[in-house]
Design a protein around this ligand. Structure first.
Ligand SMILES: Nc1nc2c(ncn2[C@@H]2O[C@H](COP(=O)(O)OP(=O)(O)OP(=O)(O)O)[C@@H](O)[C@H]2O)c(=O)[nH]1
Ligand SMILES: [Mg+2]
Length: 233
């Protein structure tokens, strides 16, 4: 790039000025696009992460143009743990060994307004009671259908288990609502590398999707963290 500018400059200062101004112009609009449309990340480097707010009503969902990454999946699959691991902050999102820990839509600010992580309540937890399950399903659906700033859904599945009926319903929902998504196969530390490989093959087959959008992850040893962050970037 520098060499190109040098050649242009020595051949014609006027052309250089024009080219330089054009480059500045392009750079300005790229920065503007990055901030407004949140689609020009080069690399997601999480420098800071903090809890922002929690929401239980559709009309309180945030809609201020900051791009969002949402974490969905069954209760206890490891959504909040994944958020904590990606952010490198223990206890940022509340985790629990009993399913049903996340009962609201919890927003986390990334890099002071650059992006947001959205921790959604889990589905399929029968002990939550019918009323709560309905409330949570409604919240998840409201968020996934109405969020204008949702850039990517991280759809989590426990690497040890076959997708449930509800997981298949979620997959169909994401496809029908045309959401970009990746699959994160969680708790990878529970399986050997060979078994992980087989589990990813079976998952791709069961869902009819490419293995390229399936990431394995462990919040215990951070396996897959770098690859997921690179994809988010
Ligand atoms: N071994 C292992 N355990 C994990 C991993 N990720 C999460 N867990 C455990 O799984 C349990 C549930 O984790 P959470 O992160 O709270 O799961 P969640 O999906 O947010 O659950 P809900 O909020 O109830 O929907 C906790 O006991 C975690 O410590 C992992 O990668 N490896
Ligand atoms: Mg949770």
């Amino acid at each position: 790039m520098l060499l190109k500018y040098a050649c242009i400059y020595f051949n014609s200062p006027k052309i250089f000025l024009k080219t330089h101004l054009l480059a500045l112009f392009v750079e300005f609009f790229e920065t503007l696009a990055k901030n407004i449309f949140c689609c020009y990340y080069n690399n997601m480097k999480i420098r800071s992460a903090r809890y922002l707010t929690s929401v239980v009503e559709k009309d309180k969902l945030l809609s201020d143009g900051v791009c969002e990454f949402a974490f969905v999946g069954r209760s206890n699959v490891g959504k909040s743990s994944l958020i904590n691991n990606l952010c490198g902050v223990k206890g940022l999102a509340k985790t629990s060994s009993s399913p049903g820990a996340t009962k609201m839509i919890n927003y986390f600010d990334i890099n002071s307004g650059e992006a947001r992580f959205v921790d959604l309540p889990g589905y399929g937890f029968h002990k939550a009671g019918k009323k709560n399950q309905k409330l949570w399903a409604g919240l998840i659906e409201d968020y996934l259908t109405s969020s204008k700033n949702l850039k990517l859904v991280l759809f989590l599945l426990d690497i040890r288990h076959k997708p449930t009926e509800l997981d298949h319903i979620m997959l169909q929902f994401l496809i029908e609502t045309k959401r970009n998504f990746i699959i994160v196969a969680t708790k990878a530390d529970k399986l050997s590398k060979g078994a992980q490989h087989n589990a990813v093959e079976s998952l791709a087959k069961a869902f009819g999707i490419s293995k390229q959008i399936i990431f394995t992850h462990s919040s215990l040893n951070s396996q897959g963290k770098a690859e997921i962050l690179e994809y988010l970037g």
